[in-house]
Design a protein around this ligand. Structure first.
Ligand SMILES: [Zn+2]
Length: 302
C-alpha cells in the first residue's frame, strides 16, 4: 500500500534526521535551536503585523457593495499577504535589503533605526525574535532533541503570535486558534504525545465549555462581556495540547497574572478599571508555564 509505505519512509527519514541531530554536541544543538528560533521569530513579527490587516481586508472585501455600484473606486487592492510585499520602513517606504533583515543583528547594527530615513524602529521586533529563540532553547531543554520538542516549540511560537495580536487588536483570529486546536489533537495522536488522546479530546471540550460558562455567568449576573469567543477557542486549544488536567492550573495562573497586571495598569493610570483586558496573552502564558513545568497544582489537588 502506497500511503503506508510513504508514511513509513518519511518516519524513517525523520528518525534518521533526529538521530543525526542528537549526535551533534549539545552546544551545536542549542546553537541551532537559537538560530532557528530567531528566524521563526522574525517570521512571527510579520504574522503579527500583517495577519490582522489581511483579515480586515478580507472582511471588507466580503462586506462591500458590488463594485459596479461605485466604479470610480474600482482599483483592485494590491496583493498583500505574509510573503508580499517585501518588508519596508513604515515611515519612508524604504524596502529592507537582506542585510537589514537579519533577526536582532540588523537591529543592533542599525541601532534601532531605519537605514534610510533614520526613523526609530520598535524594539518589539528584536524582543519578539529573542523571545522566540528563548522558547526554542527551552523546548530543546525540556524535551531533548525530539519531535516532541519541535511540537512544543510550534505551540509556543503560535501562542506568542496569538498573544501579540490579541494585545494589539483585542481579537484572537480563528485562523490561528482553530488550527492550533487541531494540531494539539493530532500531536497527541502520535508518538509525539504530551498526554493520552482521550485526555486531549476532553481537554478541548472542557476548555471551551468552561470559559463559555464563565462568559454567560458574567453576562447574566453583571451584564458585561468579560471576554470573547476567541478566548474559549484558545483554552480549548490548550486543553487539546496539555489535556484536561492542565486546565485548572492554566486558568488559575492566567487569572492571577491578569489580575496583577490589570491592577498595576489601573494604578499606573494607563487603563480605566472597567476596560476589559485582553485575556489571550495570560491564557497563553499559563499554557507555556504548564507545558514546561507540568501540573503541580493538579498533583496537589487532583
Ligand atoms: Zn525609513
Amino acid at each position: 500500500m502506497q500511503p503506508l509505505y510513504q508514511a513509513e519512509f518519511s518516519g524513517r527519514y525523520l528518525d534518521a534526521l533526529g538521530s543525526a541531530f542528537s549526535a551533534l554536541p549539545l552546544a551545536a544543538q542549542y546553537g541551532f535551536a537559537i538560530v532557528f528560533g530567531l528566524v521563526i521569530g522574525s517570521f512571527l513579527t510579520v504574522v503579527v503585523h500583517r495577519l490582522p490587516i489581511m483579515l480586515e481586508r478580507a472582511w471588507q472585501a466580503e462586506n462591500t457593495v458590488a463594485p459596479q455600484d461605485h466604479a470610480d473606486q474600482a482599483t483592485p487592492p494590491a496583493r498583500y499577504n505574509l510573503a508580499v510585499p517585501r518588508s519596508a520602513c513604515p515611515h519612508c517606504g524604504h524596502v529592507l535589503r537582506p542585510w537589514e533583515n537579519i533577526p536582532v543583528v540588523s537591529y543592533v547594527l542599525l541601532r534601532g533605526r531605519c537605514a534610510k530615513c533614520n526613523a526609530h524602529v520598535s524594539a518589539r521586533y528584536p524582543l519578539t525574535e529573542l523571545a522566540t529563540a528563548l522558547l526554542a532553547a527551552l523546548s530543546l531543554f525540556a524535551f531533548g532533541a525530539s519531535l516532541t520538542a519541535l511540537a512544543a516549540f510550534g505551540l509556543c511560537a503560535t501562542l506568542l503570535a496569538t498573544s501579540l495580536i490579541d494585545f494589539d487588536t483585542r481579537y484572537l483570529p480563528d485562523t490561528l486558534t482553530l488550527p492550533l486546536l487541531w494540531a494539539g489533537l493530532i500531536v497527541n495522536l502520535g508518538d509525539t504525545a504530551f498526554v493520552p488522546l482521550h485526555e486531549a479530546v476532553i481537554g478541548a471540550i472542557a476548555g471551551y465549555l468552561f470559559l463559555w460558562c464563565v462568559y454567560w455567568l458574567f453576562r447574566l449576573v453583571r451584564g458585561v462581556e468579560g471576554m470573547g469567543y476567541g478566548d474559549f477557542k484558545l483554552l480549548a486549544a490548550l486543553g487539546a495540547w496539555l489535556g484536561w488536567q492542565a486546565l485548572p492550573q492554566v486558568v488559575l495562573l492566567s487569572a492571577i497574572a491578569g489580575a496583577i497586571v490589570g491592577l498595576a495598569a489601573t494604578v499606573i493610570g494607563k487603563m480605566r478599571f472597567e476596560e476589559p483586558l485582553p485575556f489571550g496573552p495570560f491564557l497563553a502564558a499559563g499554557g507555556v508555564i504548564t507545558l514546561f513545568f507540568g501540573t503541580p497544582l493538579y498533583a496537589v489537588f487532583g
